[in-house]
Ligand binder design. Structure first.
Ligand code: AMP
Length: 214
């Protein structure tokens, strides 16, 4: 199963990708996660990316495309993968088309997570993540049993600095300007699948799996 997850920040792409990749034993490629790991390890890539990420801006296309090109060639991608948060610009989508052709990879689906702005803002500002295992909670809709503590591993929960409200508004603006045009880029493909992502997370997962099966 080879999929692209497309949609605004906070649409639930990461949450659904984690569930589906585990269920089908395929790689979950989140460009945001790869960048955050590089930022925390203070690699050259991380140092270069950090200023963009903190401002809610996109990291330059060439940096991201090179990162994805090398990631797609890792062994765990052979069974399949989910691209979560990539492509995010038309330039990236064109580069991905070329890359897939070069690597002889055919996509099975482009899943578009359709969700209204107000849901996105509430989801992002309420999102909390476990420092140890990466589990995702939401203080409004899916709170942990104990405030600030992960139900699964007891780890400490934190809020991403770019989930603070002022940065969230900027990320949405950037999404509308640069990423939303990808809907028309992919819409004509018979692999384009639009999913109502404002529903409960477990319903959305099944809708995606069913649509891809069909
Ligand atoms: P995410 O976790 O997908 O919301 O990504 C967090 C941040 O990482 C974004 O706000 C961007 O600064 C950067 N980022 C992630 N993926 C990309 C991408 N495909 N292109 C450019 N920047 C990206």
């Amino acid at each position: 199963m080879k999929l692209i997850f497309l949609g605004p920040p906070g649409a639930g792409k990461g949450t659904q990708a984690a569930v589906i990749s585990k269920r089908f034993g395929i790689a979950h490629i989140s460009t945001g996660d790869i960048l955050r790991e590089n930022v925390s390890k203070k690699t050259d890539l991380g140092i270069q990316a950090q200023k963009y990420m903190e401002a809610g801006q996109l990291v330059p296309d060439d940096v991201i495309v090179a990162m994805v090109e090398s990631r797609l060639q890792e062994k765990d991608c052979q069974e399949g993968f989910i691209l979560d948060g990539f492509p995010r610009t038309v330039v990236q989508a064109e580069a991905l088309d070329k890359l897939l052709e070069k690597l002889d990879i055919e996509l099975d689906g482009i899943i578009y997570f359709d969700v209204p702005d107000e849901v996105v803002v509430k989801r992002l500002s309420g999102r909390r993540i476990c420092k140890s295992c990466g589990a995702i909670y939401n203080i409004h809709s899916q709170p942990p049993k104990k405030d600030g503590v992960c139900d699964l591993c007891g780890g400490e929960l934190y809020q991403r600095s770019d989930d603070e409200e002022s940065v969230v508004m900027n990320r949405l603006k950037v999404y509308k300007e640069l990423t939303a045009p990808l809907i028309s880029y992919y819409e004509k493909s018979d692999k384009f699948i639009k999913v109502d992502a404002s529903r409960d997370s477990s319903v959305v997962v099944e809708a995606i799996v069913e649509a891809v099966r069909k």
